[in-house]
Design a protein around this ligand. Structure first.
Ligand code: AHM
Ligand code: MG
Length: 334
């Protein structure tokens, strides 16, 4: 019989390896927590698969805190995560793109040790047209009460994440995660309903051949970004780049992780602080990119060093292979 490794087994193995070196005993808390995320993502994927059949496409009729139309699937995805994670007693707070305020649980800080930040359904403009969407998550450790409040724990810098990951709902459903010990990819096997290890220790190629950006905004980007893309197109890095842009961050990032290249969402005249969100879009993907040998910046510095000031804060976001990102830093960092 062919041996498989599920995501749960993988997390437990990783914990045991780490604990062997520290001599402490594995509590299993963390894997129990991540099982809440995988359960919710399986519920979301089942809903997406049958979306055309079950009247869940289209607008829900309300706007979220960003003033965007909420799609019915956005609402379902958010509820699935809140439900599956809210039951885990190690959770101190849940922070979602769809909710203005964090959902907090009045749990003993000794037990309620983790904060999960998530974008339940990213790429929502693609839901109704059967194009890839995703879920993004970031896990933070609550600060001991003497070191900070729960709010301060939520607003920690990205380099303090204890885990991050995403799920792409595409032709197959793929989960990618890191706990700071490499990046690992799993594919949902629909026959057994489990995420099975398919890509261990993923590394981003040092250079790719695509850039990914919404070029309709090029006229309202800072000039340096236009010049940078022109340099990529015209062979300045040794090859003439082509472009790919899906408009679902998770899907555009997943391609960049596998094939290399660069994804850019620069500031625009209308959105000088960028469009994408720091806590539940840029930070988790930056953590994964760095673990895979890539880099991520806001144009001025490392994403993971930014001190968050608000849970829905936006940031310019550029992420990709080492070669393209070094060239970008030289082109745009003043
Ligand atoms: P969402 O979380 O509401 O779906 O918005 C974020 C999405 C990203 O998935 C994607 O990278 C970006 O917005 C696309 O923006 P644009 O349509 O401006 O190109
Ligand atoms: Mg999003």
């Amino acid at each position: 019989m062919a041996m498989i490794t599920t995501v749960q087994q993988h997390i437990l193995q990783q914990q045991q390896e780490m604990l062997k070196s520290t001599g402490r005993e594995a509590s299993g808390t963390f894997s129990w927590l991540l099982s809440g995320i995988t359960l919710a993502s399986k519920m979301i994927e089942a809903k997406i698969r049958s979306a055309g059949l079950s009247d869940v496409l289209g607008a829900f009729g309300a706007e979220n805190v960003q003033g965007e139309q909420q799609q019915k699937l956005d609402v379902y995805a958010n509820q699935a995560l809140l439900h599956c994670l809210g039951l885990r007693d190690s959770v101190a707070a849940l922070v979602s793109e769809e909710d203005e305020e964090p959902v907090t649980f009045n749990r003993d800080p000794e037990r309620g040790k983790y904060i999960i930040v998530f974008d339940p359904l990213d790429g929502s403009s693609n839901i109704d047209v059967n194009v890839n969407v995703g879920t993004i998550f970031s896990v933070l450790r609550r600060l001991p009460p003497e070191h900070g409040t729960l709010e301060e724990s939520i607003l920690q810098q990205g380099f303090r994440q204890v885990a991050a990951g995403y799920v792409v709902y595409g032709p197959s459903t793929v989960l990618v995660y890191t706990t700071g010990n490499g990046v690992h990819g799993f594919t949902l096997d629909p026959a057994i309903g489990a995420f099975v290890l398919s890509n261990e220790r993923m590394m981003m190629p040092e250079q790719g051949s695509y850039y990914s950006a919404n070029e309709a905004n090029a006229a309202v980007w800072p000039e340096e970004y236009r010049a940078y893309l022109e340099m990529l197109r015209s062979g300045g890095l040794g090859k003439e780049y082509s472009s790919r842009y899906i408009g679902s961050l998770v899907a555009d990032f997943h391609r960049t992780l596998l094939k290399g290249g660069v994804f850019l969402y620069p500031p625009t005249l209308k959105q000088p602080k960028g469009k994408l969100r720091l806590l539940y879009e840029a930070n988790p993907l930056a953590f994964i990119a760095e673990q895979a040998g890539g880099m991520a910046t806001n144009g001025a510095g490392r994403i993971l060093d930014i001190r968050p000031e608000g849970i829905h804060q936006r940031t310019p976001f550029c992420v990709g292979s080492k070669r393209e990102m070094e060239a970008l830093a030289a082109a745009v960092t003043k």
